[in-house]
Write a protein that binds this ligand. Structure first.
Ligand code: MG
Length: 464
């Protein structure tokens, strides 16, 4: 009896000692999978009736689904800059009223003084990679490898740029694959390795590079940013996905992206990194509706890419982290791609920069089911123009402009503003401003405060 008691004491002691002596738990890895022009209604787990997304559905079942999560702009470049910096596009220098996105002849890119998530994590010992569409400048000083990423593989801007044999003006914007093509480069780090990039295999090759990066860095904390070129038009998919989806070409493309998500999550599972890796899945802006069947769907939301109606900016979003994020959970609170910046800082134990205004709110309490984020309001911009504000269920439009399309799409100023209760009316069908003048008044006060605080940021921007 005495011997067994001593043995028990010894076992307990050695257990405590070995626990105490163990290395610090490794900091979590991060993967951000970012689609291009994916609509709120384009995934099965967000209600699409015929597109099959079993891997994303499983990701949702094992993780958290965000039903009110927003991109920071309704178009590529500013949206991506905001994700990278946790700041509104008009603060980070990547927004313009003239050309809303960067083009192959653009000379600019993300300003050197901006801090990207990748820079913050790289400086704190993370291995970092960007695989996919960058679109924050393609000259050497603006490439991912100059902005915190150890490795880059991808098409540096939109896959419809550098078009050869451009369609005559006035013609419907559909492609003739017999005569037209996109001479877009495919880059590895800062070198062009293929031109035109063979886009029929682009999703597959992004996936191979992404999973290789995970395998190569399984022993160090890593940050993988995987911004797919798809489903931005022109649509391409690998031969294995041709004709597979009941939704046609667009469905084939989404189903290949879904396969890609499955590959990434399976790699994490196989390497037993799943309980130490947070994966986000979302998109840069809503569906490009002008392309009819080749564009996606915002589901029950109004309008699409280019617009600050909900369909332009609300995105189907998932977070996955087995053991940390409760399976099958749903967050119906407002979140933004800008929040990923503060969230990854918090989880990596990296202090946020204090020398600049951030628009990023830590989502850690939301992910852990322990509370709400500190975000109080969401501002909808188009270029430098503040178009709308959301606080709680209320959204007030100061101005509206329809999605990119052939029809007249002049911005309309609303005086008095339009007001919608998004929780009752997510499709923004019934303006209830007249019934809720108190709400309009309080949102107008919020707008005045926000615009007042921006003055210094704008002058900072002009000095660049
Ligand atoms: Mg886009």
């Amino acid at each position: 009896m005495r011997v067994s008691l001593l043995l028990l004491v010894f076992l307990v002691q050695s257990c405590v000692l070995s626990k105490g002596a163990a290395a610090e738990p490794q900091r979590p890895n991060f993967v951000v999978i970012f689609c291009d022009d994916l609509g709120y209604g384009d995934l099965a787990c967000f209600g699409h009736p015929t597109i099959a997304t079993p891997n994303l559905d499983r990701m949702a079942a094992e993780g958290m689904k965000f039903t009110q999560f927003y991109a920071a702009a309704p178009v590529c470049t500013p949206s991506r800059a905001a994700l990278m910096t946790g700041r509104l596009p008009l603060r980070n220098g990547m927004c313009s009223n003239k050309r809303r996105v960067l083009f192959p002849d653009s000379k600019g890119g993300i300003p050197a003084e901006e801090i990207t998530i990748a820079e913050a994590l790289q400086a704190n010992g993370y291995a970092t990679a960007c695989v996919g569409k960058w679109h924050l400048g393609h000259l050497p000083q603006y490439l991912p490898t100059s902005n915190g990423f150890d490795f880059y593989f991808g098409i540096p801007y939109s896959n419809d740029m550098d078009r050869v044999n451009d369609a005559p003006k006035g013609r419907a914007p559909f492609w003739d694959p017999k005569t037209e093509y996109w001479n877009v480069p495919l880059m590895r780090n800062s070198k062009i390795i293929e031109r035109p990039a063979d886009q029929t295999t682009i999703t597959r090759r992004y996936t191979e590079e992404a999973t290789k990066f995970i395998r190569d860095n399984k022993d160090s904390p890593f940050f993988l940013y995987l911004p797919h070129s798809m489903p931005h038009v022109p649509l391409f998919r690998s031969p294995e996905f041709e004709g597979k989806s009941r939704r046609g070409l667009f469905g084939d493309v989404i189903e290949e992206v879904d396969w890609s998500v499955g590959q990434v999550l399976d790699t994490l599972r196989q390497l037993e990194l799943d309980d130490n890796t947070l994966v986000f899945f979302t998109s840069d802006n809503g569906p490009w509706l002008i392309f009819d069947e080749q564009g996606g769907s915002a589901g029950l939301l109004r309008d699409g890419k280019g617009s600050t109606w909900e369909g332009g900016m609300r995105e189907p979003t998932l977070a996955w982290w087995p053991g940390q994020v409760k399976p099958g959970s749903i967050s119906r609170d407002v979140g933004s791609t800008m929040d990923i910046f503060a969230t990854l800082h918090a989880l990596a134990g990296v202090d946020l920069p204090t020398d600049r205004v951030l628009d990023s709110h830590d989502l850690t309490p939301v992910l852990r089911g322990a509370g709400a984020s500190s975000r109080e309001a969401l501002f909808y911009y188009r270029g430098y123009q503040l178009m709308a504000v959301r606080k709680g269920p209320w959204k007030m439009h100061l101005m509206t402009q329809d999605a990119y399309g052939p029809a007249s799409r002049e911005a309309k100023k609303h005086g008095p503003p339009l007001l919608f209760n998004l929780e009752h009316d997510p499709g923004e069908q019934t303006d209830i401003a007249a019934k809720h003048s108190d709400v309009v008044e309080s949102l107008q006060a919020k707008v005045s405060m926000h615009l007042g605080a921006l003055v210094s940021a704008e002058s900072q921007l002009e000095s660049r």
